[in-house]
Design a protein around this ligand. Structure first.
Ligand code: GUN
Length: 722
C-alpha cells in the first residue's frame, strides 16, 4: 500500500551547485527591513536562502525521507545529530566511509549538532570537545557545531557565567580543529541574563581560529523557554545577543520551529530555525498551522490546507495506521512550515514583516504579551543590550514605504512609524522664510482636519488661501497616526492609511494636539483647526507664488527629514527651483536653474536624486565618513548631511561608471545611513564617485564581505577615462 491515495510523480530536483571556494561560509544580505533580512549563505552543498528552517532528521527514524524533502519540499538544508551518528557504530562507520550526505541521502546542506542537547536531556555525553568537531569534519558535514555548555534557565548566575566562559574557551579549540574543511556554529549561551547573552555574543563573535571565526551563531539554551511558551524571555535573549553579534553571520534559533514564532523572530533578526516539530507534532496527531496547533481528533474539516491534506479527509487520516498517519501529518506540517517561511520572506521584500508579526501576535496570549513587551522596548529603549538592539532596529528601518496600511491598534508603534516620528521631531524645522519673502516669526499653527488623502486634492486650495491670509502660518495635517507637516503630505503610509471614511472625521482632542505640538517644538504658538471647504478655480488664480513656495518647502523638508540635509542647504539647492508635474499634479522632476536634480519618489513620498543633484549636495557639504573602526568623538548633530559611503580606491573606476558598491570595498559609512534611502558614494578625499540606494546599514557594511552594499543609480565618473 502506498502512503497516499493518489499516485504522484515527484520531479527530481537537480543537485545543488557548490559555491566558489572563496565564498564558502560567506553570508550576504539581499534585502533588509529593520532587523529582518533576506540573505543567503554559501556552502559546498549549495545556498541556504534565509530566513529558512533546517528540519531535524534523526538518522534512525526518518518520518519523511530527506530526499523527498529536497525533491518535493525544496528543503535546502537539514540538521542531524553528529553525536547520534558517532555513538552508533553502524552509522558512524558508514558516515566515515561514504560521507554524511550519502548516509542521510540528502544532496543539500547538512548541518550537525554536537551532543550538547543530549547532555542537557541525559546529564552528560561521553564525547570530547575536539573529538566531536573532528568527527563532523571527517564525515563531510557542511556546518558543524562545537560542544557548547547548555545554560538552563533555572541555573544560578554563577553556573550560567561558567557555561558562557567554558563555551568561549572551547570555541577557539574547536575552530582550530575545524580548519578550512568544516564551517562551524558558535552557540550563544547566557540563560536569562541580558548582559551575559551580550557578553557571549561578543566573545563568540570575536573568537578566531587559525582559519577564521564561526560561520553561524545559534542562540542556545532556549528550548525549555519555548516548551513553556516564555516568548518574552525568548525575545529578550534574542535582542541581547544581537546587540553584540557580528551582523555578517546568520543567527539561528536552536530548536525553534513552530511557524507561529517565525514572523516575530524574523522581524527581530533570526535567519535560521531548526526543529523536529513537524515530525514530533505529527507523532502526537497534531497539525501545525501558521497560527497554532490543532488536534486531529477534534476536527471535521481541515483548518489549514496543504497539498498533502487535500488528498484526504480528517476521518480518512484518523483511520490510517499510525505510521502512515504520522507521515501524512508530517508532510503537511513541513509544507505549512515551508509556506509560512516563504510568506515571511515575501513580507520582508514588501516591507510588511512587522505587520505579519503584529497579526500573528493575536494568535496566542503569550506571544501577544511578548509582542507588547517588544513594543515597549522600541518606544522607550533602555541603555542595556535590549535597548541597543531596539534603537538599531528602528534606525535601520526605512521610514517610508509604498502601499497602504490598515488602521489597526498597534500601527503607531511600527518601527518605520516610530522612526519617521523621531526623524520629524529631530529634523523638521519651521520654514526659514515665507512665500512673500518675509522672515518673520511664525504667527500660528493651522491644523487641517476632517480631510482625507490625497491632501493635495482635498486641501491644497484651502492651504493656499490660509497662507494668503497670514503667510507666517505653519500648516499641519491631522491624520489617524498623528500630525504631519503639509509639506510631507504624500509620504506613505500617512497618505495611504486604509480604514472606513470616518477615520478622517475623528479629530484629535486638545490634549493630544498639545502633546504633538510639543514634539514639533510648536506648543508655544496659537493654533486653529480648519476643515477644508470647496474653493472655486477662480479663487486660486494668480497665486502661483504660494503654490511654488509650497512645492519648495516639500523638497526642503523631505531632504532634511528623510535625508539629513540641513534646511539651509535644502534652501540653497532650491533657490532657483522649477518643477515638472504629472497629470495628478505631483512633482515628477525638480530642476535647479534648469538642471534636473531630484525626482520625487511617487510610490513612497521619498526623494530620488539625479547625478546632478548628488553633485550639488556634495559640493555644499564635501565631508567624508570616518573610517570603520575609528571612534567618532564629535557632537551628534540633528542634520548630519546626506549619508555617505566611502569606498576603496580599487573600486572607484567601476562604481564611478555606475556599477554597484560591493560589500568589502567600503572603507567607512555614515552611521545615519538608512537602508532603502539615497546616499552618496565618495572616495577618501570626499570626491563624488556615484550615488545610489543603500541595501544595508553602515554597521553591516563594516562587517560584510559579500553582496551589494549600495545599489548604484548613477556613476559620477562616466565621462572620465578609466
Ligand atoms: N539544541 C537545542 N538547544 C541547543 C543548545 O543550546 N546547544 C546545542 N549545541 N544544541 C542545542
Amino acid at each position: 500500500m502506498t502512503d497516499s491515495c493518489f499516485s504522484e510523480v515527484v520531479s527530481t530536483r537537480p543537485n545543488p551547485e557548490p559555491c566558489r571556494s572563496q565564498d564558502r561560509g560567506k553570508f550576504e544580505i539581499l534585502q533588509k527591513d529593520g532587523a529582518a533580512r533576506i540573505g543567503r549563505l554559501h556552502t559546498n552543498h549549495g545556498l541556504l536562502n534565509t530566513p529558512m528552517l533546517l528540519p531535524v532528521v534523526n538518522p534512525n527514524i526518518r518520518t519523511i525521507e530527506p530526499r523527498e524533502m529536497w525533491d518535493k519540499y525544496r528543503v535546502e538544508g537539514l540538521i542531524t545529530n553528529s553525536y547520534v551518528i558517532w555513538k552508533h557504530d553502524d552509522l558512524s562507520s558508514s558516515a566515515l566511509e561514504n560521507g554524511v550526505h550519502q548516509l542521510i541521502d540528502f544532496p543539500g546542506v547538512i548541518v550537525t549538532d554536537s551532543g550538547t542537547f543530549q547532555s542537557y536531556v541525559y546529564g552528560d555525553v561521553e564525547v570530547g570537545v575536539e573529538e566531536i568537531v573532528k568527527f563532523q569534519k571527517d564525515i563531510g558535514v557542511d556546518i558543524g557545531t562545537m560542544l557548547d555548555v547548555f545554560g538552563r534557565p533555572d541555573m544560578s548566575r554563577e553556573e550560567i557565567e561558567s557555561a558562557v566562559e567554558i563555551t568561549a574557551e572551547r570555541a577557539s579549540i574547536s575552530l582550530d580543529i575545524a580548519q578550512d574543511d568544516l564551517l562551524l556554529n558558535g552557540p550563544i549561551q547566557g540563560g536569562l541574563h541580558e548582559d551575559l547573552r551580550a557578553l557571549a555574543g561578543q566573545l563568540m563573535g570575536d573568537v578566531k581560529g587559525t582559519n577564521g571565526g564561526f560561520t553561524v551563531h545559534p542562540i542556545g539554551g532556549i528550548v525549555p523557554l519555548m516548551e513553556n511558551q516564555r516568548y518574552r524571555d525568548l525575545f529578550s535573549i534574542l535582542l541581547s545577543a544581537k546587540s553584540t553579534l557580528p551582523p555578517n553571520r546568520p543567527v539561528h534559533l536552536f530548536g525553534c520551529g513552530h511557524p507561529l514564532l517565525f514572523p516575530m523572530s524574523i522581524a527581530l533578526g533570526v535567519d535560521i530555525f531548526d526543529s523536529a516539530a513537524y515530525a514530533l507534532f505529527a507523532r502526537g496527531n497534531r497539525l501545525l498551522t501558521p497560527t497554532g496547533t490543532v488536534r486531529l481528533d477534534e476536527i471535521t474539516e481541515w483548518p489549514c490546507n496543504s497539498s498533502e491534506l487535500f488528498k484526504w479527509t480528517p476521518e480518512e487520516v484518523r483511520s490510517l495506521d499510525s505510521k502512515q498517519r504520522e507521515k501524512v501529518l508530517a508532510r503537511h506540517n513541513l509544507e505549512v512550515t515551508q509556506s509560512e517561511l516563504a510568506r515571511c520572506r515575501e513580507a520582508i521584500r514588501n516591507g510588511k514583516i512587522w505587520q505579519l508579526a503584529e497579526e500573528r501576535s493575536h494568535s496566542s496570549a503569550q506571544l501577544r504579551e511578548a509582542f507588547l513587551w517588544v513594543l515597549d522596548q522600541l518606544e522607550e529603549p533602555d541603555d542595556g543590550p535590549v535597548g541597543i538592539s531596539s534603537l538599531r532596529m528602528i534606525s535601520s528601518t526605512n521610514p517610508v514605504r509604498k502601499g497602504g496600511e490598515k488602521l489597526v491598534e498597534d500601527i503607531d508603534e511600527r518601527p518605520h512609524i516610530l522612526h519617521f516620528k523621531s526623524l520629524l521631531a529631530l529634523r523638521w524645522r519651521i520654514p526659514g522664510s515665507w512665500w512673500n519673502d518675509s522672515v518673520k516669526d511664525p504667527k500660528r499653527v493651522v491644523i487641517i482636519e476632517g480631510a482625507s488623502p490625497p491632501w493635495r486634492e482635498s486641501s491644497l486650495h484651502t492651504v493656499v488661501s490660509i497662507l494668503e491670509e497670514i503667510p507666517e502660518s505653519i500648516i499641519l495635517i491631522s491624520t489617524p497616526i498623528g500630525l504631519i507637516p503639509y509639506s510631507l503630505e504624500d509620504v506613505s503610509p500617512w497618505s495611504h492609511i486604509d480604514g472606513s471614511d470616518d477615520i478622517w472625521d475623528s479629530p484629535l482632542d486638545d490634549d493630544e494636539i498639545f502633546d504633538e505640538l510639543i514634539e514639533f517644538d510648536l506648543s508655544d504658538l496659537p493654533y486653529v483647526r480648519i476643515t477644508p471647504g470647496l474653493i472655486s478655480e477662480l479663487e486660486i488664480k494668480g497665486k502661483e507664488e504660494i503654490y511654488d513656495w509650497i512645492d519648495r518647502c516639500s523638497i526642503v523638508d523631505k531632504l532634511s527629514v528623510l535625508n539629513g540635509l540641513s534646511p539651509s542647504i535644502g534652501c540653497k539647492m532650491t533657490s532657483k527651483m522649477t518643477s515638472r508635474k504629472s497629470k495628478t499634479k505631483r512633482m515628477v522632476n525638480v530642476y535647479s536653474d534648469g538642471v534636473h536634480i531630484i525626482s520625487p519618489r511617487l510610490n513612497d513620498g521619498g526623494i530620488s536624486l539625479t547625478i546632478n543633484g548628488a553633485r550639488m549636495i556634495n559640493e555644499y557639504s564635501s565631508t567624508t565618513p570616518i573610517h570603520f573602526g575609528v571612534e567618532y568623538d564629535g557632537e551628534e548633530i540633528d542634520h548630519p548631511g546626506i549619508a555617505k559611503v566611502m569606498i576603496v580606491d580599487d573600486a572607484i573606476p567601476f562604481v564611478g561608471q555606475g556599477k554597484n558598491v560591493m560589500q568589502g570595498y567600503v572603507l567607512g559609512a555614515d552611521p545615519h545611513l538608512i537602508p532603502g534611502q539615497p546616499c552618496l558614494i565618495v572616495d577618501s578625499n570626499g570626491r563624488l564617485v556615484a550615488h545610489g540606494i543603500s541595501v544595508t546599514s553602515a554597521r553591516d557594511m563594516a562587517f560584510m564581505t559579500k553582496g551589494i552594499a549600495v545599489r548604484v543609480r548613477d556613476g559620477a565618473l562616466k565621462n572620465e577615462k578609466t
